[in-house]
Design a protein around this ligand. Structure first.
Ligand code: C2O
Ligand code: CU
Length: 548
């Protein structure tokens, strides 16, 4: 009989967070949900029950390539039917041999991922390349004191209603909302416990809905980053961390020795959100064992001065630990520029080369997911490549970006915003790719200059990433727009339906998503789900008597 490696139950219930309470979508009763640990190089089966009364859900394995398993990528309307209430879906989660590292899982429906998320660790097959004694997970999420439904309907409503800024950035689910005071009853600062003298692998997970967060610890200014987005890097040190939504960094962190500590065993953790109109200052405690806890509440003013120039943090800094087949400019077969901008029409939306897409945008009857449509209808459901090339990369009928296996696509993302906020302003956008990872070739103010950037890449080997940022750049064009860019190179290797989108949940709902169909029909059809009958009809087995 069939035994999944993990069972996740998704419920909608009242939970206490940020010193307040909210009805939230949670996993196995908590937010974040349980930590999942799966081995690299083999398939794990994860069964997801939708125990909610009214809402659909899916789970996405954020950062995993899901090579040969596009049907289990968890994107509603793109790769699968959303799981209806009271049904389940069996996900085949297939980390590659070289995907050991830090990931997370989250719902891909609406605003659910604000709370419906948890850490996903892919374990090294052998000894990890860096030494450490223990691990700590530092998962950051946002807390909004409004329900998902209120936020969602405001974002697509006429008139448009903004969600508001974050109330709190939580560490592993714990934190203090603006206006609340830590130290009262169950309203406590988040704590990371360590032992003197030990070395930790800190797994930072940026799972916020909106916030880009800088993270520093008083008296501890050496964060040695050894992994970015699930790929080992050569060591790179920063004085503090910066995480946007969707990014992960693994850090080798040396705790102070008993002698270095003296009598001080509590150190303030300081978090500050960036590149948004409002700054949230949040606090926590790095607490050494064997002492007296002395910090119970945050200070009136943040003690550490953190940089405002977010776009300089660890740019052109990460090189791979193992050879990664970085494609040179000469290997690029297609250069594509994608302009992101805010458009204020009947409501407020975000467009990429004129395209606005969210999970209600499928052109097929009943919002049939693209991948289901391909399996059912055959070659006619594959987007028109020629039409797409003539239309800034996307096919106007299917509203998808087609790509051929073997292409090496260079994408330059542009962040264009008017200085006049009412004409569409500039925001930061953490762009995230599903499926195979991309080589991040850098970022900058103004217009991308290939010659200049190639000089920066001389003797420098970019790493594979899955989430990097368009920032709020400072240059202004003669037309009066703020402008900046980010560059990626992608080797198209994995057939399937994969998404590339801004990872800010609000922006996703406002249309800042794109669906990519990679491969021709024969290539996509060559990787069918194990249980194709169930897959085509629903998110999973309807009667609960599945026999894999
Ligand atoms: Cu974590 Cu499509 O995203
Ligand atoms: Cu965005």
């Amino acid at each position: 009989s069939f035994h999944p490696d993990y069972i996740l139950r998704i419920t909608y219930q009242n939970i206490s967070q940020g010193c307040q309470s909210r009805t939230s979508v949670v996993v196995n009763g908590t937010s974040p949900g349980p930590e999942l640990r799966i081995p690299a190089g083999r398939t794990s089966w994860i069964r997801v029950y939708n125990d909610m009364e009214q809402d659909n859900t899916t789970i996405h394995w954020h950062g995993l390539a899901q090579r040969m398993a596009p049907f289990a990528d968890g994107t509603p309307t793109a790769s699968q039917w959303p799981i209806p209430p009271k049904r389940y879906f069996d996900y085949e989660v297939r980390p590659l041999k070289d995907e050991a590292g830090t990931y997370f899982y989250h719902s891909h429906v609406g605003f659910q991922a604000v709370s419906c998320a948890g850490p996903l660790i892919v374990e090294d097959a052998g000894p990890p390349p860096y030494d450490y004694d223990e691990e700590r997970i530092v998962m950051l999420t946002d807390y909004f004191n409004k329900t998902d439904h209120t936020i969602e309907s405001g974002l697509v409503g006429v008139p448009f209603t903004w969600s508001g800024e974050t109330n709190a950035v939580l560490i592993n689910g714990v934190g203090v909302s603006i206006g609340e005071k830590a130290g009262n009853g169950s309203c406590q600062l988040p704590v990371i416990n360590v032992d003197p003298g030990k070395t930790y692998r800190m797994r930072f997970i940026g799972a916020t809905a909106l916030s880009m967060t800088q993270f520093a610890i008083v008296g501890h200014d050496n964060f040695t980053i050894v992994e970015a987005d699930g790929h080992y890097t050569q060591p790179h040190s920063e004085k503090f961390m910066q995480l946007s939504t969707g990014q992960r960094f693994d850090v080798i962190f040396k705790a102070k020795s008993q002698e270095e500590l003296g009598n001080t065993t509590d150190y303030l953790i300081q978090m500050q959100t960036k590149d948004r109109p409002a700054v949230y200052n949040g606090y926590g405690v790095l607490r050494y064992s064997g002492g007296q806890s002395s910090i119970t509440t945050g200070p009136a003013k943040p003690p550490i001065t953190l940089t405002n120039a977010t776009y300089n943090w660890a740019e052109y800094a990460f090189e791979p630990l193992y050879p990664n087949d970085f494609p040179t400019a000469a290997e690029v077969t297609r250069h594509l520029e994608i302009d992101s901008r805010q458009v204020l029409t009947h409501t407020d939306i975000w467009r990429m080369n004129g395209l606005q897409w969210n999970e209600t945008s499928s052109p097929y009857p009943g919002d049939t997911p693209y991948l289901v449509q391909i399996y059912e209808k055959g070659p006619s459901a594959i987007p028109n490549y020629t039409a797409a090339l003539a239309n800034e990369g996307w096919d106007p009928y299917t509203l998808t970006f087609p790509a051929k296996i073997g292409e090496v696509i260079e994408i330059i993302w542009y962040n264009t915003g008017s200085l006049v906020m009412n004409n569409g302003g500039q925001d930061y956008h953490p762009f995230h790719a599903h499926g195979g990872h991309y080589y991040d070739i850098g970022s900058g103010n103004g217009t991308y200059n290939a010659t200049e950037n190639e000089q920066k890449l001389e003797g420098f080997n970019p790493v594979l990433r899955d989430t990097t940022n368009l920032y709020r750049y400072t240059s202004v064009t003669t037309a009066g727009n703020k402008l900046g860019w980010r560059g990626w190179r992608i080797r198209v290797t994995d057939p399937g339906v994969w998404m590339i989108h801004c990872h800010i949940l609000q922006h996703m709902i406002m249309g800042m998503q794109s669906v990519w169909v990679m491969g021709d029909f024969a290539q996509v059809a060559n990787v069918p789900p194990t249980d194709i009958q169930d897959y085509l009809v629903y998110g999973g087995d309807v009667n609960g008597n599945d026999t894999h």
